[in-house]
Write a protein of this length. Structure first.
Lengths: 409, 409
């Protein structure tokens, strides 16, 4: 069906003709409601009138930035990349992504499982909720989605074929290039600089060694096609309960460097860690965040290596090419590079939130101006430190030390 | 027109209906002849009967490896990548690539300028011909084709759009992965090991540090999309006269690491340098080869940097992001990395010729078995040395030293 924008009313009529959706609702009478609070898209909930727990989520991309209106065009094809990434998750990590009931690239629409008992991880972290499965689940997500879409698993032809499906996600890659790697570190009209931090912004904008490293990381982001990334894996892209973790919203998906998704997630955990100095002052919870960061890295590495060890042949390595000892060394070097690049990207993802267009709620939302300033500057200091030093951070303890020491230094 | 394989006869009928070709020949009666000695394709020359200097070259890919026959399928779409690369050269370096008169992706055919006064550079080097313009021309070719197809010039969207046209050159990339980075360094049925070198092959196959570096370079080849490469830029892909240089046969074209084309060319110049110890013993000519290698690197760097300096804005760097001093440092680091990776790739391109399926004529063609063995082993030693040390070679003098010293060490 040719593209048209759906409303709370027309979405019902549109979907009731789809067998899979019909089956799901057993011919119940449906209610629908727009619930989108996102920046980019329309989101509806579709419910059975007699059993409101029977529900699905409908997401439609429109050909402009929803939060900014029709004057800010953004190609609706972004939904195609989200659909393709979700299909990939359904194969690789079905328990860590919402189930898909229907998708239509022409209509830029996807119908998904309704996660009634889950909240956005960012909110949970703000409320000091402990999630015992977070490190376990998200390390599985990272290890499986990154390994199985890389040249360490796919053969050369499969990999290039898969890249064809994501290579044209140009607009969203460009958003990241601009809003993660460029504008937040220079005078730019899109920035949002807290009026208490004008001097610090000026200083940052002229800190050149840091900017040189940002350029290197940006260049790698633009040219290194390690694996299929989520592309925007912050704590707002994770829905979570005490029992389950779901990764959502992969519309930024593209083939990029291994470290980018890991870095995005770690950055947002560090932001949460920092915010708690000023909100809850709950040291035990902060310790849990640091432990979670550590566990995510440790478990990711173990799982990624286990998948790699189980793989006898790939486009990179065929049997009998290299002896086990040397292969183990190669893998060790390889994992260390992923670790260090993740730290570099984490630094960018922290620093860009300070003066860039998109802040994080847990810091930009602090109402006390003095505390907000302190939190902002602590985040900035931590981000810059990671960017300036990522190539020399040798292990997890050094990383945790750096995160902890910024508050007192 | 749907694909069919042309013969010396049918190629005339096929092309005479093309206005551009008709114009070129002024309705002269034509002769055609198959002249292909290549491995992959059919090549015809089309001449005017009354003026044989009026001629064009016709190249058609067939859906198998021509030299091996129909049992070795190879998709004829390779010609599409050659056509697209040649179109790119026509824009960027029109004086360094054959002029195109007609192309048809469906028929996998391209009709090009006939280079009557030019010979294959490899042959010229074997005959100790001095080419005063070689370094100048080929450094221009490298600087322009690499810079203008990179993220240092193109905007993000243009670059991804261009990558779409080359990303599916899967089969030929796979050939390089296998025959440049894998099989020649292990026991493999496709290898061709001189019976005098069996022990040395065995030793090579178990030299693990070298193989670890090969894996790193292979991984980068598979995942680093710096710029549109020729992909097979050895001295057999260059037609040359004392006055002019033309790059031909870019069917391996794809987006890969900057250093790969440069490395391929340098490798083949080093092979020629080595061969002259055993063929001509012409030390002055060898000096000229070394000087040419040096000049190619120097001129490439100067030209690439000049293009970069002239570019105020790209997807990587926008005005006012970074100060001039730091940008100069960034560029210096960037160029050094290209230099070092070129050396790594040169090492692979030398080493793979020794025991791999495809040798180079100037060495594998040496008839005296003892000399052939010595040349092979000198090439091997040089290639391995470059692969083992590429990350630590700081400048051109160190590179030239390494090339020179292997003979006596």
């Amino acid at each position: 069906m040719s593209f048209h924008i759906l409303t709370a009313q027309s979405v019902k009529d549109f979907l009731l003709n789809i067998p899979n959706i019909k089956d799901f609702f057993d011919d119940d009478i449906l209610e629908s409601q727009e619930i989108g609070d996102g920046n980019l898209n329309f989101v509806f909930i579709l419910k059975s009138q007699k059993d409101p727990t029977k529900a699905l989520i409908v997401k439609q991309a429109v050909p402009y930035l929803r939060c900014a209106g029709e004057d800010f065009p953004l190609s609706k094809e972004r939904m195609s990349f989200e659909i393709r990434a979700l299909q990939n998750y359904a194969k690789l990590v079905p328990h860590l992504a919402p189930k898909i009931y229907y998708e239509d690239e022409e209509m830029s629409i996807v119908v998904m499982q309704y996660l009634s008992e889950h909240i956005i991880l960012r909110k949970g972290l703000m409320e000091s909720v402990y999630y015992d499965n977070l490190a376990e689940d998200i390390s599985t997500f990272l290890a499986h989605t990154l390994f199985y879409t890389s040249s360490l698993y796919l053969d050369s032809s499969q990999k290039r074929h898969m890249m064809d499906s994501f290579n044209s996600n140009r607009e969203l890659c460009k958003l990241t290039e601009d809003f993660v790697f460029t504008f937040p570190y220079m005078e730019h009209e899109t920035n949002f600089i807290d009026e208490n931090c004008l001097d610090e912004a000026k200083t940052l904008f002229s800190t050149m060694q840091f900017k040189k490293n940002v350029l290197s990381l940006k260049y790698k982001f633009m040219t290194q096609s390690d694996a299929l990334l989520h592309g925007d894996l912050h704590t707002g892209s994770i829905m979570i309960s005490k029992k389950e973790t779901f990764v959502i919203d992969p519309e930024f998906a593209f083939f990029g460097p291994f470290g980018f998704d890991i870095g995005a997630l770690i950055a947002n955990l560090i932001n949460s860690y920092i915010s708690h100095f000023y909100i809850s002052r709950d040291g035990a919870y902060q310790e849990w965040i640091l432990k979670t960061i550590k566990e995510i890295f440790e478990k990711f590495e173990l799982k990624f290596l286990a998948l790699w060890d189980a793989q006898d042949e790939s486009s990179l390595i065929i049997p009998n090419f290299i002896d086990d000892k040397t292969l183990t060394e190669f893998k060790k070097d390889f994992m260390k590079k992923i670790f260090q690049e993740s730290i570099g990207y984490a630094g960018c993802k922290i620093a860009r939130r300070v003066f860039g267009i998109a802040g994080v709620e847990e810091i930009r939302g602090i109402t006390d101006a003095k505390k907000r300033k302190e939190a902002n500057l602590l985040a900035l200091k931590t981000g810059v430190k990671l960017i300036e030093n990522y190539k020399n951070i040798e292990n997890l303890d050094e990383l945790i030390d750096i995160i902890q020491v910024q508050k007192s230094s």
